[in-house]
Design a protein around this ligand. Structure first.
Ligand code: FMN
Length: 260
């Protein structure tokens, strides 16, 4: 088994790490931007594909990854995992339908509530304590799902049914489809940028570079928010115009009491 993931602020990486450590401790975790990710599909019969929900849809980079490896999915057993800040509808189903088109069989789906990653919007922002409790609850759900798979061979099917499809479509996708229909060209770099290159190093799309001492975007952003959440000068925004809170999983590691 192998886990392949896209993660901007670390939520999805954490969930996948936790899931695999319970299900198959030897399983490798590979970032989608790594050159090893495509080869990992060919070398494994069972794959967990994990990514953040964006507007009840798949991030464009994940869609491209599925398409670009079209033939490699044939006969593979894929479990889809998505993390979300509030509502995902059929966040797993969107990838599952595409994977099935390429001949994969989808073994299950898990949609996990995690802290919101949109650093340049006030919407959905919670206190650090609340976010710690949210992470602890996600951990419990991961433990339960892994236990049911291991002991009963029972896979969760969250986001894969018809009702979830309707919820995702009418809840968000119809109104926000344009946001995930292509790579985003809206990355903004403010005058506070000092050209340190943190965003360049972190971008999974190699979309950012330094020109004349400042970061510039090439218009191929998958909206993972890694650059926004890690810029030391808070100089990068995407959907909003100001960084309210830099969100990163490490801030929300639950206290032992949250785990009860
Ligand atoms: C551009 C964008 C769009 C998002 N859209 C949704 C959404 O439609 N529903 C939702 O529940 N969360 C949404 N979120 C929140 C993320 O899915 C959530 O915070 C996720 O856990 C981030 O995972 P990561 O840290 O692995 O990137 C969105 C986040 C971003 C950056």
């Amino acid at each position: 088994m192998v886990g392949i993931y896209l993660s901007g602020t670390g939520n999805t990486k954490h969930c996948l790490e936790r899931f695999l450590s319970l299900l198959d401790p030897g399983a490798e975790l590979i970032a989608i931007e790594s050159s090893a990710a495509s080869a990992a599909i060919g070398g494994n019969d069972e794959i967990v594909l994990a990514y953040p929900t964006q507007f009840s849809n798949i991030p464009y980079m994940v869609r491209d990854f599925i398409r670009n490896n079209g033939d490699a999915w044939k006969g593979k057993k894929v479990f889809c995992m998505t993390t979300m800040g509030l509502f995902s509808g059929d966040g797993t189903g969107c990838a599952a339908r595409l994977l099935k088109k390429y001949g994969a069989s989808v073994s299950g789906g898990l949609q996990l509530l995690m802290p919101d990653a949109v650093c340049d919007s006030k919407l959905l922002k919670k206190s650090v304590e609340e976010n710690k409790r949210i992470v602890a609850a996600a951990d419990r759900r991961l433990e339960k799902a892994a236990e049911e798979i291991r002991s009963e061979g029972k896979y969760p099917r969250e986001g894969l049914g018809f009702a979830a499809h309707l919820a995702g479509l009418f809840g968000q996708r119809l109104w926000f489809y344009g946001k995930t229909a292509d790579y985003c060209k809206k990355v903004k770099i403010s005058d506070d940028c000092v050209g340190c290159g943190s965003c360049v190093k972190n971008c999974p799309m190699e979309n950012l570079s330094i020109k004349d001492g400042k970061a510039v975007s090439a218009g191929r952003c998958t909206m993972c928010y890694r650059c926004v959440s890690q810029c030391p000068k808070k100089a990068v925004t995407i959907l909003g115009n100001r960084v309210y809170e830099q969100c990163r999983y490490e801030k929300y590691v639950p206290e032992p009491a949250d785990k009860l």
